[in-house]
Design a protein around this ligand. Structure first.
Ligand code: NI
Length: 253
């Protein structure tokens, strides 16, 4: 059984067959999915999916790619959306310095901080996206000691992971941990205790080996679980059970 702690089934890549895919998930042992908004429309659609499917939950927030859209009107709508009982987190939010076309760093930081304030106010955990911005991300996480959450698709070092653990965060692993060149992710998975690990698709992206490059879906997390079990020399069932418990603890399910 699997809890997918980070998915985007609202993505247009699922427009053709979304209902079919989601009904298959349930048959295939997916017991929970946290669908994360990236844009404001994505946040709205995540809430809709969580209303429609009992095993879906929603995170509402704006990805750093859309940081320049975060104003008080947007914050108020996120606040309204989060009144829905299926909304269990603010996300995905954070910093992404990888793509040059993303909004300027100062704009990203401001949007990240504003959404961290919202999470604090609403007493909700956060789903953090950090790409090539580890130092600034950590600084902002540290300035909100009351806020907990997950650093999703973790791409930092073991040292950075340990700082996140100290602040009470979970570490999220995608298919990246199965990639041949995933030395860093493998090191992090071996160091992070099992009770602080979440597994995720980030679908439609990040499909694990042997499905790398294909459209991702929650069943493929099986390969992420197998890889983590292998790294830790334990049974996949133990990884499966503990990561389900971790997701339920974080999202208060
Ligand atoms: Ni994502």
């Amino acid at each position: 059984m699997i809890f997918d702690s980070h998915a985007h089934y609202d993505d247009e890549q699922f427009d053709e067959d979304r209902e079919k895919v989601i009904s298959e998930l349930k048959e295939n042992g997916i017991i929970g999915v946290l669908n994360c908004g990236a844009s404001l429309q994505g946040a709205r659609n995540s809430v809709r999916l969580s209303e429609k499917y009992d095993f879906f939950y929603a995170a509402v927030g704006l990805h750093p790619e859309f940081a320049d859209k975060v104003d008080e009107k947007v914050i108020n709508e996120l606040k309204e959306l989060s009144k829905n009982n299926k909304v269990r987190a603010i996300g995905e939010i954070g910093l992404d310095y990888y793509y040059e076309e993303n909004p300027p760093r100062e704009v990203q930081k401001k949007a990240f901080i504003r959404q961290m304030e919202l999470a604090k106010e609403l007493n909700l955990p956060v789903v953090i996206h950090d790409r090539d911005a580890h130092g600034d991300t950590l600084e902002i996480m540290r300035s909100f000691p009351e806020v907990k959450g997950v650093v999703h698709c973790f791409s930092g070092s073991v040292e950075f992971a340990k700082e996140c653990l100290k602040l009470g965060y979970y570490i999220g692993f995608t298919g990246v941990v199965t990639f041949k060149n995933a030395k860093k992710a493998v090191e992090v998975a071996s160091e992070v205790p099992l009770d602080r690990i979440l597994v995720e698709t980030d679908c439609p992206y990040m499909a694990p080996v042997p499905n790398r490059g294909k459209r991702n879906r929650s069943e493929y997390i099986e390969y992420v679980i197998e890889k983590i079990a292998d790294i830790k020399s334990i049974l996949p069932i133990n990884v499966s059970e503990q990561t389900i418990q971790n997701a339920k603890d974080l999202l208060k399910i």
